[in-house]
Write a protein that binds this ligand. Structure first.
Ligand code: ADP
Length: 192
């Protein structure tokens, strides 16, 4: 069983790489952003709540996000392992994930981070916004706010996992294949 957190700022390429790596390693990919967007599209109660935060580039409250993440994990009892994408994003979420996995005699094995500089991120997100239909990608102010939230609330998780010797930084600039190769060299340590 492998539990890998795929980490990095908005626009770093987590979603693209997770789609490739889940096939390659036969893991279940849980993207909190995707689950929220699915709920927004289907106008669920969770979706309506999440939307008010997401449209402004803010984080959805921890309590809501943690409960959702747990229920997604529970849906996949037979999984060989998970790629967590977009979670944890706060220290409270990281602690909750640890406690939750502990109830299953498991732990996070590694945080693998895609490192990309800010101006490249803004460019990528605004470019994606032209076609993705994602409201939070279309507006430069919202994009910059997401990056700010990342530095204020999420980036500290690097320290959190570094202290446990679980942090692996990977250069997130290059071709999709190059980056998959870099990530794979870390994934190979944890998955047979
Ligand atoms: P990106 O990484 O490109 O910002 P995501 O699809 O991962 O995009 O997330 C989009 C939005 O969904 C975030 O800006 C936030 O509002 C919400 N969200 C996703 N994951 C979390 C989380 N773990 N905690 C709180 N909010 C989240």
């Amino acid at each position: 069983m492998a539990n890998i957190v795929l980490f990095g700022p908005p626009g770093a390429g987590k979603g693209t790489q997770a789609e490739i790596l889940k096939e390659k390693y036969n893991l279940v990919h849980i993207s909190t952003g995707d689950v929220f967007r699915y709920n927004i599209k289907n106008e669920t109660e969770l979706g309506n709540l999440a939307k008010s935060y997401m449209d402004k580039g803010q984080l959805v409250p921890d309590e809501v996000t943690i409960a959702m993440l747990q229920s997604e994990v529970e849906k996949n009892e037979d999984a060989k392992g998970f790629i967590f994408d977009g979670f944890p994003r706060t220290e409270a979420q990281a602690v909750a994930l640890k406690n939750f996995l502990e109830t299953k005699d498991q732990d996070v094995d590694a945080m693998v981070a895609l490192e990309v500089e800010d101006e490249v991120l803004v460019e990528r997100l605004l470019e994606r916004g032209k076609t993705s239909g994602r409201k939070d990608d279309a507006n430069e102010e919202v994009v910059r706010n997401r990056i700010k939230v990342y530095y204020n609330e999420t980036a500290i998780l690097k320290d959190y996992y570094e202290k446990q010797d679980k942090y692996y930084g990977v250069d997130g600039v290059g071709s999709i294949e190059e980056i998959t190769d870099r990530l794979s060299s870390v994934f190979n340590h944890f998955i047979d």
